[in-house]
Design a protein around this ligand. Structure first.
Ligand code: PLP
Length: 457
């Protein structure tokens, strides 16, 4: 292909993508927040098999945007509170586009030092912002699920190593690994334990906010001994609560257990000035998983696996085929499950570079302040109760009965001005507001309260 044709094709494709992207982003604040179209309506525009003839890049992109947009949630609107998701910072979005344009397989640092060194910088900044040991290994994976997987693979192999088992010998022949989790851990922990062949975990009691009960942990670990992993949580999805790290880690380390923290959205409290005691002791754990696509507001997808002992994760995730370039330092592919990999750390770098340390702190502080505001003002809506202690970014709300709670949620979603999500907590229906977007400001909070008020009439 001659170079002017090639350049022209890229130009038209990227111009069309930029035009559609800007239209989408600009229109998001005024849109219905839940997706206006259902799957069947989207699918109706995509019937038929492979087209016999191709189309120009710009025609493909124009059609794509037209077909897809009705089936999207306006998650960039400031009144989107569904699940725990987050919006997209401009610098992170732009960096993500560049990662695609550069199209580097960013596994090996000597092959693609450009993207890899940016990721290494992002890693250093993350450890600084989150107050974690500066010698820890940081791997950029697809999400907190795979970050939990990475950390718990390192945990499994290390505690089994302590019992004389070595990687490469069948797990079936290994001693049993005891994995303790709080009763309200995130479901991804169970999923990951299945991937790792560790089976169902042992549940430790929790208090009214879902925090691990240290007394119960102490009783369970009283016998000590044996390969053991404890999974703690920074940020319960219903209450936002944090486990008591100081005491729990002391008890677990007392019997030689590995302590992992699932902090998918809560680890960022460590960067806040409002979190007080929530994160005390957090840095004494052995590994931590978090997301960039939630609290940090990078585009999907980006998870972060942090392991205090670098060699533990490298032993679990590294592969050393002879055709790979092996650098003097640790390669990115040795820190995550993927061998070929997108440079997911680059949007993380861009997000932090655009915010600065003060901006990251203000982002997290702002999410916490908006959650407090929603909780304070929503109780003025007749019948509404906040059922959790609002310590971080999560507000769970119930009305007089489950039926009434579900009715109010249905009306909120039908109107579409805001989007919380429905859930069940401690056997009762709740409407859950996860404040996760950099766009949620005072005005968005006011519009949120007004929408709940209209739905609760
Ligand atoms: C979202 C979440 C996860 C899973 O993260 P993904 O990015 O969806 O893989 C794990 N733990 C907690 C507490 C979460 O909120």
């Amino acid at each position: 292909m001659d170079s002017s044709t090639r350049d022209e094709q890229y130009r038209r494709a990227l111009d069309e993508a930029a035009r559609s992207a800007l239209n989408w982003l600009r229109s998001a604040p005024g849109r219905r927040v839940p997706a206006p179209a259902g799957p069947a309506e989207v699918a109706a525009h995509l019937e038929g098999g492979v087209p016999a003839a191709g189309s120009s890049p710009e025609a493909v992109l124009r059609r794509l945007a037209a077909v897809v947009e009705p089936g999207l949630m306006a998650s960039g609107s400031g009144t989107f509170f569904g699940w725990v998701m987050g919006g997209t910072l401009p610098a992170a979005l732009g960096a993500d586009w560049l990662v695609s344009a550069w199209d580097q397989n960013s596994g090996m640092r000597d092959a693609t030092p450009g993207t890899v060194v940016v990721e290494e910088t992002a890693a250093r900044w993350l450890l600084e912002l989150l107050g974690l040991p500066d010698t820890a290994a940081v791997g950029f994976a697809t999400g907190a699920t795979m970050a939990n997987f990475t950390c718990l693979a390192a945990a499994r192999d290390t505690v089994l190593g302590g019992a004389g088992w070595s990687i490469g010998v069948a797990l079936a022949d290994a001693p049993r690994v005891r994995v303790l989790v709080g009763r309200e851990r995130h479901s991804s922990i169970d999923l990951v334990l299945r991937y790792l062949g560790l089976g169902a975990p042992e549940e430790v009691a929790v208090d009214s906010q879902g925090r691990l009960d240290v007394q119960d942990l102490r009783l369970r670990l009283g016998g000590g001994g044996g390969p053991t992993i404890l999974c703690l949580q920074a940020g319960n999805i219903h209450s936002g609560a944090f486990d008591p790290f100081v005491e729990a880690i002391e008890v677990a380390h007392g019997v030689g257990a590995w302590v992992h923290v699932d902090g998918a959205f809560g680890l960022w409290a460590a960067a806040s000035s409002r979190s007080g005691e929530l994160t005390s002791g957090l840095s004494d754990a052995d590994s931590w998983a978090t997301d960039a696509h939630k609290t940090l507001n990078t585009p999907y997808d980006g998870g972060i696996a942090i392991v205090a002992e670098r060699e533990a994760v490298r032993a679990a995730m590294g592969s050393h085929a002879s055709y790979l370039l092996t650098s003097s330092a640790v390669d990115q592919h040795e820190l995550v499950p993927e061998l070929s990999r997108r440079a997911r750390g680059v949007p993380v770098w861009a997000a932090i570079a655009s915010l600065g340390a003060s901006g990251v702190r203000e982002l997290v502080d702002g999410l916490m302040a908006s959650a407090q505001d929603i909780a304070r003002r929503i109780v003025d809506v007749p019948g509404a109760r906040v059922v959790n202690d609002v310590v971080y970014t999560q507000v769970s709300v119930a009305f007089e009965t489950d039926e009434r709670t579900r009715q109010v949620l249905r009306r909120i979603l039908a109107e579409g001005a805001i989007m919380p999500s429905g859930s069940e907590w401690h056997g009762a229906a709740v409407i859950r507001f996860s404040v996760s977007s950099w766009l949620t400001d005072d005005d968005a909070v006011a519009r949120t309260i007004a929408a709940v008020r209209r739905a609760a009439v």
